[in-house]
Design a protein around this ligand. Structure first.
Ligand SMILES: [Zn+2]
Length: 345
């Protein structure tokens, strides 16, 4: 017997709402997404341990081979990517290049954190900051409408999908140009499935992804963003250099409190001007609000529900991240910067 899905009904286990696409609830109030994952979750710790061994092996096998860096990290300065950097540096001692994509919305506190963390870990650091007109055009467009395929909307807002698409592309481009064999991301255990935690980039797959990303953008904007994408010649010329992507947080114990403590030892301080789901980005509150208005569910709910299911976050912690309204001042600030409404007096 399925209870009718209603907007205010939440799964009694994972916090997904009745407005989430394709959801239904059984007589215990548990959603079909939770039921579907039950058997996979019962083998979860075993699979995590196996993936961790695989990552240890992969890192050891490439370490020291390249003349420069062993690994490039897409480094936002947020809690998860800062912790990932610390783990990689301390566990493996790899030579890391940290790359920050400056989307013009990185909080001031986050910049301080970025510099403290890379200095404490003794890392080299690059920043890539696309020009404001192109970022303003991209974020204004994605704030107003959904331009990417429907499945992406279940995982993230259009604004986030656009920004992360550029982060992935520019990080891969630098990895290819500098012959770096590993690309690391700080995805949380709810953001990407365990089995994708170690994945070799396939040139045809990357080409197809880039084609569809560019195809979703108006031609003029795609043209302006061209420097962020891979030139056609790389697929053939660099085909033997395509790196592995890893996201280590899928394999380690993930406890937010413990992570924050470890980061404090590097001088990292939580920003006070970001929303409940970001520790670096001042655009996220607006991105969340627009997504909720258009789709009736929070763009982070799938990620957070996944972490609640895995037991890395309590249900109460999950609810506190997803269900309070966005801070109107943060939303208004981002709108004003993007000139989406007349200047606020
Ligand atoms: Zn559920």
């Amino acid at each position: 017997m399925n209870r009718k899905a209603e907007p205010r009904v939440l799964c009694s286990r994972c916090i997904l709402p009745g407005t989430f696409p394709g959801i239904s609830f059984d007589e215990e109030g548990v959603c079909n997404y939770c039921r579907r994952e039950e058997s996979a979750l019962s083998r979860y710790s075993e699979k995590k341990a196996a993936q961790l061994l695989k990552m240890d092996h992969l890192i050891r096998s490439v370490q020291g081979r390249a003349s420069g860096y062993d690994l490039i990290m897409a480094y936002s300065g947020g809690k998860d990517s800062s912790y990932t950097l610390k783990l990689l540096r301390e566990r493996y001692g790899v030579r890391i290049l940290a790359l920050t994509f400056d989307n013009h919305f990185v909080s001031t506190r986050s910049w301080e954190n970025i510099h403290k963390v890379v200095d404490a870990l003794g890392l080299d650091h690059l920043t890539f900051r696309p020009g404001w007109p192109v970022m303003k055009a991209l974020f204004s467009l994605t704030a107003a409408r959904d331009i990417f395929p429907r499945p992406t909307l279940l995982r993230a807002s259009s604004i986030c999908t656009a920004c992360i698409g550029l982060v992935k592309s520019i990080t891969l481009k630098v990895a290819l140009e500098l012959s770096i064999p590993l690309v690391a991301f700080g995805w949380s255990p709810g953001q990407a499935p365990l089995q994708s935690g170690i994945m070799k980039n396939n040139p045809s797959f990357v080409r197809e992804n880039q084609r569809s990303f560019k195809g979703a953008l108006p031609d003029a904007l795609a043209g302006l963003l061209e420097p962020c994408f891979l030139p056609a010649s790389y697929y053939e010329g660099y085909k033997d250099r395509f790196p592995y992507n890893i996201h280590p947080l899928a394999f380690f114990d993930y406890r937010e409190e413990a992570i924050r403590k470890e980061l404090e030892s590097l001088g990292w301080v939580p920003p006070e001007d970001t929303d409940t789901n970001s520790t670096n980005c001042l655009l996220n509150a607006l991105a969340n609000e627009e997504h909720q208005k258009r789709h009736g569910f929070h763009p982070y709910v799938q990620e957070i529900a996944g972490m609640v299911r895995q037991g890395v976050m309590t249900r109460e912690e999950g609810l506190a991240k997803i269900y309070p309204p966005q801070d109107p001042a943060q939303v208004a600030w981002a709108r004003k910067k993007l000139e989406l409404i007349p200047e606020i007096q």
